[in-house]
Design a protein around this ligand. Structure first.
Ligand code: UDX
Ligand code: ADP
Length: 482
């Protein structure tokens, strides 16, 4: 069987980029990306794509209207497709059984019901969204219970491993493509059909096939291992601060061991220690914890829960440090936050460490000025007034100002807090920033990206994560360094 027409349900961070790259690499396949949100589809059809990803604009422009289409006509796209990707959101449940931990599968279920309602011929249905193990079975049950006469479905699991900010390169050169399916003759035919799509640009040895449950669990396991690695280095950063060791040096030393490797410890140049954010790590680890509890494996659940606990500890530790340094009170003090995205090169703010740092400071009555090169005011306010972090939205309106210029944001402030590792933050004129701040001027480098010695030479009181800095120049005026 050969795939000629693909429908992707969900035009978000996963569906949009992954199906744009499939269309780009497979000119003979028609790809329709559909969504319930008219606004999102209009943005995909405009010059201002709804998500920022380096290289994505060019890819979309080169194939949109040729073999890549964005539309809200979901029924028509489903009917025309031989293969359907389900790329809808699977957030952590905010209500009922499993609240705060289990993945909410209502969007997956509604997509499966849409497929069953309108499909008149057999199709391959592929879950690409990250789901708990056995979600494919639920999709299959819904489809098989509602199918039209003669219509058969094969359900595959094809989890997406792209990281935001590098989505296009990750999709074009994936470490592996994972495809899980039923180990029956029909299941193997479906696996082969999807493998052939990827095989147009991914070498055969990088396309890994397996049973559905292994594939579903592999995605959760990969994210859990990555998150665990960050929590491990973050836990070490606390030990470093208490002992005088430097976590960048420790990361460098352990990363030289080829069995450990240096990735995701970001040794030497740019280390990232304010805690992990993003839509995946926390959600997927919580999901794994819930799964283990349901499987009556409390020790395993507690093990993975600790990865989340250390992340919360790291965020709290960083926010506490800010308050302690500012003489134990930030009430009415002006503080600039540089960066609101959960990491550089993306406009995504889901679970960003900046939300927690800002909320904590707002609770303490600080006046916050936020600057981020890619995140707009509406997005920042929607995060800061979300009921999960805020019980007084008026207070957020009163205390938070969004700035479109970093120098303006830092003017007359007591402190600048770096929450995202945007490259441009490294290149700023810190003398100019310092001159316009109140003294002593504090700089909290939550991403360990700045040159601390030169900032201290300017006169800043610098605080970072994972090492103690020598303090013989606190409050030294700028003139003294010249
Ligand atoms: C992650 C996985 O990398 C990807 O494979 C999966 O498909 C989705 O989840 P993403 O969340 O987009 O991707 O970004 P990633 O680069 O993994 O970063 C996640 C968080 O970890 C960010 O907040 C980042 O700042 C943080 N991080 C990353 C660290 O704190 N330290 C590091 O060394 C690396
Ligand atoms: P992800 O990061 O997993 O891609 P996003 O929230 O960015 O998540 O995108 C998911 C998209 O799926 C949203 O644009 C949402 O409107 C869309 N969506 C959710 N349910 C359905 C559905 N039943 N049919 C079509 N689109 C849907």
């Amino acid at each position: 069987m050969s795939v000629r027409n693909i429908c992707c349900i969900g035009a978000g961070y996963v569906g949009g980029p992954s199906c744009s790259v499939i269309a780009y690499k497979c000119p003979d396949i028609t790809v329709s990306v559909v969504d319930l949100s008219q606004q999102r589809i209009d943005q995909w059809n405009s010059d201002n794509l709804p998500i920022f990803e380096p290289g994505l604009d060019e890819i979309v422009k080169s194939v949109r209207g040729k073999n890549l289409f964005f539309s809200t006509d979901i029924d028509k796209s489903i009917q025309e497709a031989d293969l359907i990707f389900i790329c809808v959101n699977t957030p952590t449940k905010s209500y009922g059984l499993g609240k705060g931990r289990a993945a909410d599968l209502k969007y997956i279920e509604s997509a499966a019901r849409m497929i069953a309602n309108v499909s008149c011929v057999s199709k391959i249905v592929v879950e690409k969204s990250t789901v708990p193990v056995k979600a494919a079975e639920s999709i299959s049950n819904i489809l098989r219970a509602n199918h039209k006469p003669g219509v058969k479905y094969q359900i595959l699991s094809n989890p997406e491993f792209l990281a935001e900010g590098t989505a296009v390169t990750d999709l074009i050169n994936p470490d592996r493509v994972l495809i899980g399916g039923e180990q029956t003759p029909e299941g193997l035919v479906a696996i082969k059909a999807l493998s052939d799509v990827y095989h147009r640009w991914v070498p055969e040895e990088n396309i890994v096939t397996m049973n559905t449950w292994s594939s579903e669990l592999s995605k959760l396991a990969a994210n859990a291992f990555l998150a665990q690695r960050i929590s491990s280095i973050n836990a070490m950063s606390a030990v470093c601060e208490a002992t005088g060791a430097d976590v960048s040096e420790v990361a460098h030393a352990i990363g030289k061991d080829s069995r450990i490797g240096n990735k995701f410890l970001k040794a030497s140049v740019a280390s990232i220690f304010v805690g992990f954010g993003g839509s995946c790590f926390q959600k997927d680890v919580l999901n794994l914890v819930y799964l283990c509890e349901c499987l009556n494996l409390p020790e395993v659940a507690a093990y993975w829960q600790q990865v989340i606990n250390i992340n919360d500890f790291q965020r709290r530790r960083f926010a506490n440090r800010i308050i302690e340094c500012l003489f134990n009170t930030v009430t009415n003090k002006k503080i600039a936050i540089f960066g609101f995205a959960f990491k550089k090169d993306t406009g995504d703010t889901r679970e960003s460490a900046a939300i927690y740092v800002a909320s904590y400071l707002i609770e303490e009555g600080a006046q916050i000025r936020i600057y981020d090169p890619k995140v707009d005011r509406a997005q920042i306010f929607s995060e800061l007034t979300h009921p999960a972090v805020c019980n007084n939205p008026d207070r957020v309106e009163e205390l938070v100002t969004i700035c479109d210029d970093p120098y303006r944001a830092a003017e007359e402030t007591h402190a600048v807090v770096v929450c995202t590792e945007w490259d441009e933050f490294v290149t700023y004129d810190y003398k100019r920033l310092y001159e316009n701040m109140l003294k002593p001027a504090f700089l909290f480098d939550g991403r360990v990206i700045l040159n601390h010695q030169s900032l201290m030479d300017i006169g800043f009181h610098v605080e970072t994560i994972g090492k103690r800095l020598a303090r013989n120049n606190v409050n030294r005026p700028i003139a003294a360094t010249n």
